[in-house]
Ligand binder design. Structure first.
Ligand code: NA7
Length: 540
């Protein structure tokens, strides 16, 4: 490999997955290049610098586990770190392992074309420059392709506006989270909307929240991590990671094997209260195991959370707007909050139900709903993402015979292990559709994904193999398996990004795109495939 723009592997994206993929392949002696759209490392944590953005994973469970030096040298200050801290952490890792020298920033991959004759990929960047590599790894993130609503007049707004995933840099004023004297509108009440609303409510003169559907939110119960706990976490880091890797979602929280119906009403209520008061996702992923599979069990926790919302919101009318009516608790991603519901007890915060009074248009002064116009100075879109497949859909990817990935996946993705799809050899989709990492405490499963790919690429080098893709049967079976697993849960009962639903992408087919068999099962399957010389793949 002589040309300067020819590599063994090209990685698209320098977030948590891309950074580690670069590191592992480089350690194995491969020549690797990462192309990154942004001007820094960190992916999600680079882009989502809106006020209030923070982990829902315990910080020390989200961190990389593969370097004892990183664990020893980095100290998390909060149980659920704020975004600036996580961005610093990922920059610290990039510096420590000199990752930047192999990352080309401000470089979006626009096109990727498979060259069958040479069994390699050619990628083309936005600026028209090209590079080639045997292996192409997408590390583009499941929630990176943000969506803006197609509301008429959006471009006519005369004030400042942004999507939360493109918050502008600034040292003063609203960009720096000081909304004093400003009238602010927020559209969207998903996990992002909830985080940003509870921050803006602190300083804005007026905050108007435009809500399509409320979500079942639960308290984050964040707090500082003291020196003693830090020392413990560092000393026991491997045990903590092992504990995570043994649970369904690779969080600290493991489902309670009992059924919600196995216990008395008093015991159940006490258990729910305990989880509600504890930090993190325990109320969701540490709850009775059947809350995600049995409508009866789910109703019990749903009623409990509804009661909490009604207790916390002073106005019964506003409380009813904040209680979801069309889906059960946990069937959509649970936004974790800190005094979110109490915001609606403040005089400066107003909640608009878009089901009753839809937005008709954006006008220069603000947002015109069917009943009245709300004038705002700043308009924030917390309107979500073209999830899971969106970033891939935005790249013009052509495989064998020029087949476009967008055509192949027009009716939804089909994959083997969520890692590959036939007709697109040597392309690996980290944290892609049907992949266990997409429904996980992501870095825990990213490490599994990355190491599996690195092992495979090393195996192919050792065996002098040039090309890998799944058999059609393996792909069909996996795709059916992913769907069957989803049908055993309550997730398909709700519209959410889990189901590929975002009102701004009406053309996208509604289907569960994540692997819901749990992190341990996913890893076991991937390990089994590797141990059987990659059963289900054709290697040449
Ligand atoms: P989500 O969870 O997809 O939420 C997007 C929100 O924006 C949701 O409340 C949507 O309402 C709302 N939305 C989207 N488009 C519109 C329009 N056109 N008009 C009004 N409201 C709209 O994205 P997030 O960024 O909050 O969270 C994504 C994930 O990032 C999160 O789960 C974490 O894992 C990290 P709807 O739901 O359709 O009623």
């Amino acid at each position: 490999m002589t040309s300067t723009n020819t590599y063994d592997a090209i990685v698209m994206g320098a977030g948590i997955a891309g950074m580690y993929q670069l590191y592992t392949l480089r350690e194995q002696g491969f020549k690797v290049k990462v192309f990154e759209t942004g001007d820094g490392v960190g992916g999600t944590w680079h882009w989502n610098n809106y006020p209030g953005c923070r982990f829902d994973s315990e910080s020390y469970t989200y961190a990389y586990s593969w370097s004892k030096d990183i664990i020893d040298e980095w100290t998390w200050t909060e149980r659920f770190a704020p975004q600036p801290e996580t961005k610093r952490y990922l920059n610290f890792v990039a510096d420590k392992f000199e990752l930047r020298k192999d990352i080309q920033f401000n470089s979006r991959v626009a096109k990727a074309t498979y060259d069958e004759a040479n069994t390699e990929w050619e990628v083309e960047l936005d600026d028209g420059s090209t590079a080639r590599a045997k292996f192409l790894v997408s590390a583009t993130g499941p929630l990176s392709a943000f969506t803006l609503p197609g509301i008429p007049g959006r471009d006519t707004f005369a004030g400042d506006s942004c999507h939360t995933a493109r918050w502008p840099q600034g040292d003063t004023g609203w960009k720096a989270n000081d909304f004093s004297g400003l009238r602010v509108g927020v559209i969207g009440t998903g996990a992002t909307g909830v985080q940003v609303i509870q921050e803006i409510a602190k300083t804005a003169k007026e905050l108007t929240v435009f809500q399509l559907a409320p979500n079942w939110c639960a308290p984050l119960n964040n707090g500082p991590i003291d020196a003693e706990e830090t020392a413990y976490n560092k000393e026991h880091a491997q045990e903590i990671f092992d504990q995570c890797n043994a649970t369904f979602g690779a969080f600290l929280h493991a489902f309670d094997e009992r059924s919600a119906m196995d216990v008395s009403d008093e015991e159940r209520e006490a258990f729910f209260e305990k989880l509600y008061a504890e930090p993190g996702f325990g109320i969701w992923l540490g709850n009775f195991s059947d809350i995600m599979t049995s409508p009866e069990a789910n109703k019990l926790i749903t009623d409990f959370i509804a009661k909490k919302i009604r207790q916390r919101v002073d106005s019964p009318e506003v409380a009813e707007l904040l209680v979801p009516k069309d889906h059960g608790f946990g069937t959509r991603r649970v936004p974790m909050e800190t005094k979110y519901f109490e915001c609606y007890n403040q005089d400066n915060v107003h909640l608009i139900d878009l089901n009753k009074t839809p937005i008709e248009e954006i006008v220069p002064a603000g947002v015109k709903c069917s009943d009245k116009q709300y004038d705002v100075d700043v308009l924030i879109y917390a309107t979500g993402f073209d999830a899971v497949t969106g970033a891939l859909r935005r790249i013009d990817i052509a495989g064998i015979g020029g087949e476009k990935m967008t055509d192949k996946w027009a009716d939804g993705p089909s994959t083997y292990l969520g890692m590959q799809t036939t007709g697109f050899p040597n392309l690996f989709t980290l944290v892609g559709p049907h992949n266990g990492a997409t429904f996980c405490n992501i870095p825990r499963c990213i490490e599994q994904n990355v190491e599996w790919v690195s092992d495979l690429v090393g195996y192919m080098r050792d065996k002098n193999l040039n090309e890998i893709q799944p058999t059609q049967k393996a792909e069909d079976d996996w795709t059916v398996h992913v769907d069957e697993l989803a049908q055993m849960t309550l997730f398909p009962t709700a519209d959410s990004w889990f189901m590929g639903v975002n009102v701004n992408n009406p053309e996208k087919k509604r289907m569960f795109m994540l692997y819901s068999g749990g992190a341990p099962n996913y890893k076991a399957k991937c390990d089994e495939v590797a141990a059987t010389d990659y059963d289900g793949f054709v290697l040449k």
